[in-house]
Design a protein around this ligand. Structure first.
Ligand code: ARG
Length: 475
């Protein structure tokens, strides 16, 4: 499709008579207007869908006896030839023909004459563009599902590889409770799983054919919308021609799903930036995914996660563009809608590239397990476990919380950790504390006590890894 762009002409001979809609115009369009209104420099990306839609439409027109067999054959032959030319980069898209639809239709008429001029019977560019965009996004939904699956696989592979290794879990970016690295990575498996569900759900609403709604009111010709929908693999047809001609909900929804995907990518990126800093030193991002500084020779920068994090601003911006584009539009089609394509295309390119590179980066990521483990040994990370221990000894939780708070303050003063206190010292805070307390004060004991469903105990996480692997295998 990049070949389509390459062949764009910035300027050609005067228009007017050339225009497919030129009949009622006495004067040629000003070239400034042509430049301002053209969309072919970006919507040429849709040419395959435009041609597929035209094939289905023409075939249906034949079924309905609106075209003869000779006319249909000529149209199909012409469309094949045009598609080949575009594929090979030999087709010249012309700005004065505005958009992808009219460029292809004009080329068809030039090639096969009057049969080509019959193709547009019973349709309008308004349903045509909705069709092209829906078919394009339907394919993108399928591709995004695969890209998301790849990143899920990378997360689960890390969870499998590091099963058993412990790290601090954070709230407020303060060490909170010890968790398994695998548990942390499976959190992202879940997020990207929800993203897949959302994309596939969005696909259901995309998968309804708009073709045949024509300009806004439907067609006066005896067209068969079910037939074209079937030929193009749609699960059904839209119910109201006026809704259809001005509807871009599906595009807003797709970009909204993408904004959440990029948001998730941005969150994992933020963690990778933090974790790869000398302050954390939790991970090694492979050299081939980092860059250096032009001035500071010692630097190894986590540019990929930074750029991904940065790109989330851009995707959120596209979502805002689309929502704002739609908010005041009267029914039905308005030319404003032409402004939908660039944010959609940019979102597709940005999010798919980010997903692919993040999956690759995760595939090469190394955790510094010793350093991560060491980070759990400081900071009273088992304080909640001591409180839970007291609860099991029948101390009300609020009281237990206060007792442990005092013990922590004592340790801070003394410069030691909870498990370094003697039994007598601990009993100074509560008589409920007994010899068995020391097993709950260890980091391993803490992790493995969290057996509740969805918790970080090794057995639970092992099950979760296995389930995730099974799920991914079924795909
Ligand atoms: N390029 C237009 C778009 O993207 C195609 C539909 C134009 N329809 C029209 N009546 N001018 O929306």
């Amino acid at each position: 499709m990049s070949s389509a762009k390459k062949n764009m002409t910035a300027k050609t001979e005067p228009a007017g008579s050339q225009k497919l809609w030129g009949g009622r115009f006495a004067e040629a369009t000003a070239s400034s207007v042509e430049a301002f209104t053209a969309s072919v420099h970006y919507d040429s990306r849709l040419y395959k869908y435009d041609i597929a839609g035209s094939r289905a439409h023409a075939t249906m027109l034949r079924e309905q006896n609106i075209l003869s067999q000779e006319e249909l054959d000529a149209i199909l032959g012409g469309l094949d030839a045009i598609e080949g030319e575009i594929d090979r980069g030999e087709f010249e898209f012309k700005r004065e023909l505005e958009d992808v639809h009219m460029n292809i239709e004009k080329a068809l008429v030039d090639k096969i004459g009057s049969a080509g001029a019959k193709l547009h019977s019973g349709r309008s560019r308004n349903d045509q563009i909705a069709l092209d965009l829906k078919m394009y996004l339907r394919d993108e939904c399928d591709r995004f599902d695969l890209l998301l699956t790849e990143i899920q696989k990378a997360s689960v592979a890390l969870a499998r590889k590091y099963l058993g290794a412990i790290m601090p879990g954070y709230t407020h970016l303060q060490r909170a409770q010890p968790v398994l690295i695998s548990h942390h990575m499976l959190a992202y498996y879940e997020m990207f799983g929800r993203d897949r569900e959302r994309i596939l759900d969005c696909r259901k609403r995309i998968d309804v054919s708009p073709l045949g709604c024509a300009a806004l009111a439907g067609s006066g010709l005896p067209i068969d919308r079910e037939s074209t929908a079937g030929k193009l693999g749609f699960s059904g047809i839209t119910a109201n021609s006026m809704d259809t001609s001005g509807d871009r909900d599906f595009a807003v929804e797709f970009v909204s799903c993408c904004a959440l995907i990029q948001n998730h990518l941005s969150r994992i990126s933020e963690e990778l930036v933090l974790w790869s800093s000398q302050e954390f030193n939790f991970v090694e991002i492979d050299d081939k995914f980092c860059t250096g500084s032009s001035i500071m020779p010692q630097k190894k920068n986590p540019d990929i996660p930074e750029i991904i994090r940065g790109k989330s601003g851009r995707v959120n911006g596209s979502l805002m563009s689309l929502l704002t584009l739609m908010k005041g539009l009267p029914l039905t089609y308005n030319r404003d809608l032409q402004e939908d394509k660039e944010p959609v295309f940019d979102t597709v390119d940005t999010v798919s590239a980010s997903l692919a590179i993040m999956a690759e980066l995760l595939g090469n990521l190394k955790f510094n397990t010793e350093i991560m483990d060491r980070a759990t040994r400081k900071g009273f990370i088992t304080a909640t476990d001591l409180a839970d221990y007291l609860v099991l000894k029948n101390v009300p939780f609020r009281e237990a919380h206060a007792i442990v708070g005092k013990a922590v303050a004592f340790c801070l003063d003394k410069g030691c950790e909870l498990e370094e206190l003697s039994l007598e010292e601990l009993q100074g805070f509560s008589q409920a504390i007994e010899e068995d307390v020391f097993s709950v004060l260890t980091v391993e004991g803490s992790v493995n006590s969290r057996m509740s469903a969805g918790g970080t105990a090794t057995d639970r996480v092992k099950e979760a890894v296995e389930q995730a692997e099974q799920q991914l295998k079924r795909l």
